[in-house]
Write a protein that binds this ligand. Structure first.
Ligand code: NAP
Length: 196
């Protein structure tokens, strides 16, 4: 049984994931910057994807209120400061800080190391992009790994939520490759490994 997915954010990421998840036969609703709609969408969703800017996470948590309690929260944000530096360094991560602020939620870090342009299909240049998924709740993580597979990604269990530190730095490096080093958004990560 596929969970109902509430997506907070209807920008590049939120709309791409909505299209892909609907194609994969999930029931999906998303919402932009509308506090009442955020609360309603979070209450409706069995799983919530946070596809808002890192700086909007506190507002979003407040607006969701009790609607997010006990649910899987998928954090796709890249923890960037306004000057595009890494906001939190490497001794914690946005996802770990989110977990502290929403202790009853099952926070999962995923999708932050891919560009929005490929999130609908999980593929680029005819190859499945690696989807790194980190989190402490094994059942929630297995559900997100399956969601990634259903979208078309090559999902990889990236371990506990603490590993979000490395996924967020990898997301930062991805932005460096795509924009600062001008490789463009066609560049994505692929983990070569033994077949599972
Ligand atoms: N773009 C990428 O390739 C990419 C890749 C990986 C990860 N990410 C991460 O994914 C997140 C979303 O990126 P994006 O490119 O989709 O950004 P975006 O196109 O700017 O969309 C941001 C969305 O968040 C909404 N929003 C802003 N403030 C909000 C608030 N306080 N409460 C609720 N919603 C709010 C915006 O609504 P309004 O338009 O109504 O303001 C919009 O729907 C970011 O954290 C980014 O770092 C992006």
């Amino acid at each position: 049984m596929k969970p109902k997915i509430g997506i907070i954010g209807d920008g590049n990421v939120g709309s791409a994931l909505k299209r892909g998840l609907e194609r994969a036969k999930y029931e999906v609703k998303n919402v932009g910057h509308d506090p009442k709609g955020v609360e309603e969408t979070a209450a409706w969703g069995e799983v919530i994807i946070l596809a808002v800017p890192f700086a909007a996470l506190d507002d979003t948590l407040r607006e969701m209120g009790k609607a997010a309690e006990g649910k899987t929260l998928i954090d796709v944000t890249n923890a960037l400061a306004p000057d595009y530096s890494l906001a939190l360094g490497c001794s914690t991560s946005g996802a770990e800080e989110l977990q502290k602020k929403a202790p009853s939620a099952k926070v999962i870090k995923a999708f932050n190391t891919a560009f929005a342009a490929h999130m609908e299909t999980g593929r680029v240049k005819n190859a499945a992009i690696t989807l790194f998924v980190a989190g402490d709740d094994e059942e929630a993580k297995a559900m997100v790994l399956q969601m990634g597979r259903n979208l078309g990604f090559d999902p990889v269990d990236a371990g506990p939520l603490q590993n979000a530190r490395w996924l967020e730095t990898l997301g930062y490096f991805h932005i460096q490759l795509g924009y600062a080093l001008k490789m463009g958004t066609e560049v994505e990560f692929k983990l070569i490994r033994e077949a599972a």
